[in-house]
Design a protein around this ligand. Structure first.
Ligand code: 4NP
Length: 154
């Protein structure tokens, strides 16, 4: 069982997509015993809120329902509860690492897009102040990364 946590800033745009797309793949392919997915934000601005309405609408258009997810803040306990922590950008990376207590914790953290483009530390851009095109780009990036993660499960 691999436990994966997706992390962004607010946990209402990018990381809920990681969680929701993984839950979608888990359900479609009966992967419940292989992988567990969750998401969190480094900030507490939107705790207990549903994902951003634009993210919900765009995901729905792409066949993924994320409306039931609720935001929570990343905590240092997540280092013990998850095997892999995928962040969306450098700021998330630094905020998460600042809470790491040891090398084992640090080694769990990686940029999500490194699953597609190893070691390039590419960002999933924050769409919060963007347009529909930005939300669609984010969906496609996160979807492809999740597909790759699922392909690598054993
Ligand atoms: P996320 O996007 O980190 O992908 O959830 C954001 C959500 C909220 C804010 C910024 C980014 N905000 O400033 O409230």
């Amino acid at each position: 069982m691999q436990k994966i946590l997706f992390v962004c800033l607010g946990n209402i745009c990018r990381s809920p997509l990681g969680e929701g797309i993984m839950l979608h793949f888990i359900k479609e392919n009966n992967l419940q015993n292989l992988v567990h997915a969750d998401s969190a934000g480094t900030a507490n601005y939107h705790v207990n809120e549903a994902p951003d309405h634009r993210t919900i609408a765009n995901a729905k258009k792409n066949g993924v329902d994320i409306s039931a997810l609720r935001a929570r803040q990343f905590t240092s306990a997540d280092f013990d509860n998850f095997d892999k922590i995928y962040v969306m950008d450098k700021s998330n990376y630094e905020n998460v690492l600042s809470l790491a207590k040891n090398t084992s914790h640090k080694n769990k953290v990686d940029f999500l897009l490194n699953v597609l483009h190893p070691q390039q530390n590419q960002h999933v851009p924050d769409p919060y102040y963007g347009t529909e095109t930005d939300f669609e780009l984010v969906f496609q990036l996160v979807y492809k990364a999740c597909q790759k993660i699922v392909e690598g499960l054993d």
